[in-house]
Design a protein around this ligand. Structure first.
Ligand SMILES: *Cc1c(COP(=O)(O)O)cnc(C)c1O
Length: 364
């Protein structure tokens, strides 16, 4: 063994050495429908104004550590209930990791429970924090298996239960009553994290219900709303709970450029909301068009992506790639997703280009 291999084997954890790094496909030259990005940019005039604001940033100074202005804007713009604060993260990915670090007690087994398939970072963050992860399979129709969730909660007494609402990669909203039952089942020992990354495209939210539940955390991100590049997530919960979680947050985790860009974008949130509205309309059109194709099953979506099942997902994926369309092949993620593909909803033009390539890939 070479000296560097020996060094790695003696320093890096074996569970880290044995996993693959998080794979992100290189999308140069492709129609990019794999990552739930908003295809629309800010209008040119707003981008010019943003440029002027960013030019005033004090890059030589640390950010103002309270983030009071940005947090106030998030609370005022995004429906956070009165008396509730938010904690900001470098993407909600960082908030997931912070929750796990804060709850990964070492004096006894600390567990994360989540339905599976769901967002992969729940499992990864749990593992990196040294927690056990218990995935509870969805039913074949991709709905939440509530009895199995409650059994897992009773058996493992998890510190954290992550519920993606709507769920990624399936796109559906779990039953709100089922989520309430899970929050109640955790009462006294566990936190329910309702991850509303796709809230701009959904018809429901738990944000306004925070005062009902001491153990509810509502997490969101501006990524899917159209600001994936700036990396900003936020979460809200009971103030005392948020204060504890905030101790784990790195002090300057939101950089000044993100801070300025987010404040600016939220001043013009109606532009982003309008883009989300266009994407919701495009989602209905795209779903209907795909459902009309032979052999394609379209699952209901409350997000800015659509899950479908095709006769041969690997074949369809490869043929789309050869036509320079990048989607996500989720067929190997879990048994319930056999032959499933996930397509991000985009502009009418890109959706049309996808549909043409997709129809050709099914017949060829
Ligand atoms: C995309 C996504 C996130 C991550 O959002 P970032 O803020 O970009 O880190 C979190 N949760 C779910 C369910 C997602 O799909």
């Amino acid at each position: 063994m070479s000296p560097i291999d020996t060094l790695i084997n003696t320093t890096i954890r074996s569970d880290v050495r044995s996993i693959q790094s998080y794979h992100v496909a290189d999308a140069g030259g492709f129609i990019k429908l794999d990552a739930m990005e908003n295809p629309y940019e800010l209008p040119h005039a707003l981008r010019q104004q943003l440029g002027a604001r960013l030019a005033e940033a004090s890059l030589n100074r640390y950010p103002v550590a309270s983030y009071a202005t940005l947090k106030q804007r998030v609370r005022a713009t995004l429906g956070v209930p009165a008396g509730y604060d938010v904690m900001l993260g470098n993407g909600s990915d960082e908030l997931i990791s912070i929750l796990c670090m804060a709850c990964a007690r070492q004096d006894r087994r600390a567990v994360v429970v989540a339905p599976t398939p769901s967002f992969v970072m729940y499992q990864r963050s749990a593992q990196f924090a040294g927690m056990d992860y218990v995935g509870v399979p969805l039913r074949a129709d991709l709905t939440l298996d509530l009895p199995a969730m409650l059994a897992a909660i009773a058996e493992h007494r998890p510190a954290l239960v992550f519920l993606s609402y709507p769920n990624n990669p399936t796109g559906n909203l779990f039953g709100a009553d089922d989520i309430v039952t899970i929050i109640r089942a955790l009462d006294g020992f566990g936190l329910a994290i309702v991850d509303e990354a796709y809230e701009p495209f959904a018809s429901d939210t738990f944000m306004g219900r925070l005062p009902e539940f001491a153990n509810l955390v509502v997490m969101r991100t501006v990524s899917k709303l159209g600001l994936a590049g700036i990396r900003l997530g936020y979460m809200s919960a009971a103030p005392q709970l948020l204060a504890e979680l905030d101790k784990v947050r790195p002090p300057y985790n939101i950089n000044v450029l993100t801070q300025i860009a987010a404040e600016f974008a939220l001043e013009h949130v109606e532009v982003l909301n309008q883009q989300a509205s266009a994407l919701r309309a495009a989602r209905a059109d795209l779903a209907a068009a795909m459902a009309a194709l032979p052999g394609v099953e379209v699952f209901p979506s409350a997000a800015n992506f659509i899950l479908i099942r095709v006769p041969n997902s690997d074949d369809a994926y490869a043929k789309l790639l050869s036509r320079k369309v990048l989607i996500k092949n989720v067929s190997k993620m879990h048994g319930v997703l056999t032959n499933c593909l996930r397509i991000t909803v985009s502009t009418p033009e890109e959706n049309r280009a996808f549909l043409d390539a997709f129809a050709a890939s099914l017949s060829a």
